[in-house]
Write a protein that binds this ligand. Sequence first.
Ligand code: AHG
Ligand code: MN
Ligand code: MN
Length: 338
Amino acid sequence: MVHCVMTTPSRVTLTQHILRKQTEHPGATGQLSSLLTQIGVAGKLIQAQVRRAGLIEIWGATGDTNVQGETVQKLDRIAQDALVDVLKYSGAVAGMASEEEHDSIEVPPALAGDYIVVFDPLDGSSNIDANVSIGTIFGIFKRKDPHEVLRTDFLRPGREMIAAGYIIYSSSTVVVYTDGTSVDGFTLDPAAGEYFLSRPNIRMPDKTKVLSVNECNEPYWPKWVKPYVETIKGRNDHDKRRVSSRHIGSLVSDFHRNLLYGGVFLYPADSRTNKGKLRLLYECNPLAFIAQAAGGYASNGLGPILDLQPTALHDRATLIIGPKADVELAERMVKEYA
Ligand code: AHG
Ligand code: MN
Ligand code: MN
């Protein structure tokens, strides 16, 4: 008798994982698989430059400011160009919107595919020159019309995304990706030049162990934030440390740690601007989509981030993201202190 032994491959690559997921969707054209593989390629190109910063002339600012009036770092520009060049020729993308471009970018019709990609090419720019973790954040939508790229391809609630993820350039280069069902993490093996599945099915712990907020903004916080922060801190007592403060100042890295360890990140509206700082389309929405798929939640204090209707590409929002119970606690405190 012949026994058929099923073995689980110990080394699953990002591409293999994506192709396997594709088989769960009959009728899939393979474009999304190709798009995700190409985002992985852009990540390799960006990380190669990030790891050489300081050796070649890519530290520091370009001398330009972006559409948001922020200083453009040389690596912001390098990351932007890598993503646009790779995605333009992926055969899967019709349009892109980026933190670093005022308007959306349309792919010439002859090269265009079915998807719309929004991204923050490099998040955490202020940390670059100090070798602190930074990353790329992306969200993917299906295009609405096969012939034209529409304004509403970009200005739509995050809930309509079909996939989202980020790449972290840190002690290792890690891709975290979700199609809305599971969240999986892949680590780049620099010797092989390939990403391997390192954290299958990531779930965000229910308990808040970490609190991440820029406390120096306290004078400008809305009324609910201080009592909220005090409530979380108040869980510590003499005998037991239950929560700890960790704030990197790179949203993507703060979120990654909180996703793995259980933590709330918040960036409330600021009374100087009456707005949050973080951008809805390419910062808040992709991370909200990942949080939700991992069992967590993201809110602007009034309701789900993923339900917000953007009015412009670079809209900003209050972001509270982490374990569901504590994000809902923030929503209750917003009401209480209104
Ligand atoms: P970016 O580098 O893409 O402009 O984003 C920076 C963001 C985010 O990563 C971080 O959480 C936040 O700015 C930090 O802002 P503060 O310095 O105001 O705390
Ligand atoms: Mn950013
Ligand atoms: Mn950025």
